[in-house]
Design a binder for this molecule. Structure first.
Ligand code: AMP
Length: 250
């Protein structure tokens, strides 16, 4: 079985995000970028399925400018076999991404497509669901455990009040949640090997998809500044401040 994993380049989760001076968008100048954490979990799961002998090949795909090749190389260093970059303007909307992924799936015919449950930049949580709908394939979102059983996939999901297990018929689409696995670190030899793994570049036009956006970003506001905290010297002082300054106790 071939596995297809969609990976997105996003601002590294350790970076404090800045807003552009004109508030038109987030400032990406000189900002450290990384593989979206949920995509990293999807790559890890795919590589584990290959190591278990369940999958034969792991193909990673990213849609965006040339810079996303960096994240594809990271995925190759983590164990993916081959990569596809689909050249498209940065930040295509979820439907355009899903349409491109659907076209790739038509040619690659993967038994399972893995995506992150959401990209931490836009927090859309849409692409996997749209892709499953476009391909008319069964889907399980927010997976915390994935097991292949012959022609089927057992997926455990964390839902309000407990765990839900779904049985899907392959081929299917799965989106990954945080507790699915703990991704490995890429070793130096694997980073070197990843440089030689195949990375194919296509354009959205090659795939017959017009990248557009039905959503217009009107503006971005940074969170309100918090005033600095203070240390109090005693419980009595704390109570005094809570009563007379914060006025949260009587
Ligand atoms: P979203 O629906 O934007 O929150 O993204 C959910 C998942 O869709 C991500 O974790 C990726 O697996 C995939 N995805 C979204 N945008 C892209 C992109 N530009 N290239 C590749 N995969 C993407």
């Amino acid at each position: 079985m071939k596995l297809l994993v969609a990976v997105k380049r996003v601002i590294d989760y350790n970076v404090k995000v800045r807003v552009k001076a004109d508030r038109s968008d987030v400032d990406l100048a000189n900002v450290k970028m990384a593989l979206n954490p949920f995509c990293e979990i999807a790559v890890e799961e795919a590589v584990r399925l290959k190591e278990q002998g369940v999958a034969s090949e792991v193909v990673v795909v990213s849609i965006g400018g040339k810079a996303c090749q960096e994240q594809l190389r990271t995925a190759l260093a983590l164990g993916a076999d081959r990569a596809i970059q689909v050249e498209a303007p940065d930040s295509p909307d979820a439907l355009s991404v899903a349409r491109i992924l659907a076209k790739i799936a038509e040619t690659e015919q993967p038994g399972l497509i893995l995506l992150g449950k959401q990209a931490i930049d836009s927090d859309n949580n849409q692409t996997g669901q749209m892709l499953a709908a476009l391909l008319n394939r069964p889907q399980a979102t927010f997976a915390s455990e994935v097991k292949v059983e012959g022609e089927h996939l057992l997926v455990t999901r964390e839902v309000d009040g407990g765990l839900q297990t779904l049985k899907l018929t392959l081929p299917a689409v799965v989106t990954t949640d945080l507790r699915l696995n703990e991704p490995r670190y890429a070793s130096l030899p694997n980073i070197m090997k990843a440089k030689k793994k195949p990375l194919e570049v296509k354009t959205a036009e090659d795939l017959g998809v017009t990248v557009g956006s039905k959503i217009r970003l009107l503006g971005v506001e940074p969170p309100a500044e918090r005033s600095a905290g203070i240390k109090v010297g005693s419980v009595a002082e704390l109570v005094e401040k809570l009563r007379n300054e914060a006025k949260v106790i009587a």
